[in-house]
Design a protein around this ligand. Structure first.
Ligand code: SF4
Length: 304
């Protein structure tokens, strides 16, 4: 297999990290590079392990997203995954992963990830873990009851768009990771781009994310913004919100990406080789961000 190259790319989460703290961005995208190798330098290995940590809410969201992906994949192959089976399997999986994380196994198998709370020994009451489990189960149950799922089920499979085949698309020579969770052509011949949400709404972040989906539709599927329906599905309360879209908004997203990419590259020592030097990436002064940062033990070990 050829060596992996740390190629510059763009995503909404990368943009968010860059805005949050430049040093955190450096650790995540440059310092941790190669840390998955068993013989990686100690610092890269540690940064990679820390990079892979999730908060328990992020973990819950990931578990729900993957459960939904199983259901849709099975439907695509003509099989139905019963709700009770999915819920049981998901709870079993959560127990397994929670235990592995609590045992800090992610230090030996970092790709599997672990929980920020376990790494930093943050006490979480048993009833809070129970609430998290209930939240995941509620999201999955709500998913099965969505009228949108009934609509997807009756849509011929050739009108589904298989997102997993395209993870990144090209935007002015930069690979962009920003495909929607699911897409299909509706009865009225519009392209529905679906985003599953499990957490509290964040209008700014959602607008950028959905905008990237519209860009994906334009750049990859060659569909005009006027024919696109952006659907934000909040699985906590089964709310589906449609976001109107048009060419003007798409231009705003393009400008945002151009500016963001330019700003990130301006920090690089060698933009053509995507090479970065840590000292160019300043630490945030806002210690509230540090408190929940995966890299705090390396970057600000004295933080209480
Ligand atoms: S600990 Fe604070 S300064 Fe350091 S990387 Fe994290 S957020 Fe940035």
């Amino acid at each position: 297999m050829p060596d992996l190259v740390n190629e510059f790319s763009w995503s909404r989460s990368r943009d968010g990290l860059f805005q949050e703290c430049r040093r955190k961005y450096f650790y995540h995208y440059y310092g941790a590079w190669g840390g998955w190798e068993a013989d990686a330098p100690e610092e890269a290995r540690a940064l990679y392990v820390l990079k892979q940590l999730s908060s328990r809410q992020q973990w819950a969201g990931k578990v729900v997203h993957e459960g939904i992906e199983w259901v849709l994949r099975a439907l695509y192959e003509g099989r139905d995954l019963p709700e009770a089976w999915l819920v049981d399997e998901t709870i079993r999986r959560m127990r397994r992963e929670w235990k592995a994380s609590n045992d800090r196994q992610y230090w030996t198998t970092p790709k599997s990830g672990g929980l920020f709370e376990h790494e930093h020994r943050i006490p979480v009451k048993p009833e809070d873990w129970q609430l998290l489990r209930d939240h995941v189960v509620r999201c999955l149950r709500n998913f099965y009851r969505l009228p949108l799922l009934a609509d997807i089920r009756k849509t011929p499979r050739e009108r589904w768009v298989l997102i997993e085949e395209i993870r990144a698309f090209d935007f002015e020579e930069t690979p962009v990771y920003g495909a929607p969770d699911f897409a299909y052509w509706t009865d009225s011949d519009r392209l529905a781009l679906v985003d599953w949400k499990t957490g509290a709404p964040d209008p700014d972040s959602s607008a950028l994310q959905l905008g990237c989906y519209a860009l994906y539709a334009r750049e990859v599927l060659r569909v005009d913004p006027g024919r696109v329906e952006l659907l934000e599905v909040n699985l906590r309360d089964s709310r589906v919100q449609a976001h109107p879209w048009d060419g003007g908004k798409l231009e705003e997203i393009r400008s945002h990406l151009q500016l963001s990419i330019r700003s990130m590259k301006a920090y690089l020592q060698d933009p053509a080789a995507n090479r970065a030097a840590m000292d160019n990436f300043e630490k945030t002064e806002d210690l509230r961000i540090c408190r929940w940062c995966n890299f705090r033990s390396v970057c600000r070990p004295d933080l209480p």
